[in-house]
Ligand binder design. Structure first.
Ligand SMILES: *Cc1c(COP(=O)(O)O)cnc(C)c1O
Length: 356
């Protein structure tokens, strides 16, 4: 049976990225060697990193003065690397979900952390908008897409202090004005590559300002000086990232990507709003295009398990909601075809017909 992969992360990648990665594992660049058994300092792998960095810059229109890094440790290590490298005494955080809370908690070990606003009391179902960013903060941290709660900051905000964003789950889903950010980071496993890789886009001039000693492996400047090859980087995920970037470019870049993502999200949200059994959990104006959360209406709550089974039997994968929201979550990342969203919508309609 055809599977429709709505997994939240690790998650769906373009089929051709999987195939090209498999090919590189068997025989990389017709070298009769696997990419798994060559030096990360070889000419052939250097070409992979170079092209990946250059496509990163091209596709996101990254201005001069920024570096792109490929590091291990996932997004969670960035929760600590960011304050390590950027916080001298004070940082500000917007608390919009589980990942934002974890980033904030980690920063507390490095100085004073101001939570400018939080939507926790409403189970993070919206993005707070009335808040003041302290102008004496060393940076302001946001999580642009809240993977677990299905809310998203779609507009590049203006910040009076350097802006830092966790874009783990919406990077490359739409154009971003990188010039408004001092640093953007994320784990690769939602929209870019297999797990094991984090990307960092950092404005060079914000680095080198803190007085503390930074261990080499946690120091962005050391990684920049070494072109992400200070130690052995996650070689295979970097190769897959390159193939994903080639794929994004081939379909027409981020404008086209965004168009597709808007269409997919609208298709599912329209059904959630129309269907008499379901209701969305995030407030409409802050709905994520990447993670679409919905539950049974209270009067149909006892049908939750039955719908999950119904949809699973029809090929839907990974639609069970995160335990902190319950219900269902359909992740509609870049690589998910609209046919899969349509298949889920068809399921919801068929289930409604069965019950009414
Ligand atoms: C998945 C996720 C993370 C955690 O990523 P790891 O690579 O597992 O550390 C952090 N932030 C957001 C927004 C995520 O979606």
């Amino acid at each position: 049976m055809k599977k429709h992969n709505f997994n939240a992360g690790p998650s769906i990648l373009p089929r051709e990225v999987i195939e090209k990665t498999a090919q590189a594992v068997l025989n990389f660049n017709n070298s009769d060697l696997s990419i798994l058994e060559i030096s990360h300092r070889s000419k052939d792998f250097q070409a992979v990193i170079d092209e990946a960095v250059s496509l990163f810059k091209e596709i996101l229109s990254i201005p001069e003065g920024y570096s792109v890094l490929f590091l291990g440790g996932g997004a969670s290590l960035q929760f600590c690397m960011v304050p390590y490298n950027l916080m001298e005494s004070k940082a500000a955080y917007l608390n919009t979900g589980t990942w934002a809370s974890k980033a904030l908690k980690e920063a507390k070990g490095f100085g004073e952390v101001v939570e400018v606003a939080s939507s926790k009391a409403a189970n993070f179902n919206y993005i707070p908008k009335d808040y003041v960013i302290p102008t004496d903060a060393d940076y302001f941290h946001i999580t642009t897409n809240n993977t677990i709660f299905g809310t998203e900051i779609l507009k590049d905000i203006n910040s009076p202090v350097p802006l830092v964003a966790d874009m783990s789950s919406d990077i490359f889903s739409r154009p971003v004005d990188v010039s408004k950010y001092a640093l953007i980071y994320g784990g690769a496993q939602k929209n870019l590559a297999p797990a094991g890789l984090a990307f960092v886009i950092v404005k060079d001039e914000v680095l080198g300002k803190v007085t503390r000693h930074i261990p080499s492996m946690l120091n962005y400047q050391i990684h920049i000086e070494n072109g992400s090859l200070f130690n052995t980087p996650p070689v295979l995920p970097i190769y897959s990232a390159l193939e994903t970037l080639r794929w994004i470019k081939s379909i027409g870049g981020l404008k086209e990507m965004e168009k597709r993502n808007i269409r997919k999200a609208a298709l599912l949200y329209d059904e959630i709003d129309r269907n008499s059994l379901f209701v969305g959990t995030a407030v409409k104006e802050d709905r994520s295009r990447m993670n679409i959360c919905f539950v049974m209406k209270p009067e149909y709550a006892d049908l939750e398990g039955e719908f999950l089974k119904f949809a699973t039997e029809r090929g839907m994968v990974g639609i069970k909601g995160h335990r902190s929201v319950g219900g269902f979550r359909a992740s509609t990342y870049n690589a998910l075809p609209i046919e899969s969203v349509q298949a889920l919508v068809d399921c919801m309609q068929a289930f409604e017909n069965l019950k009414k």
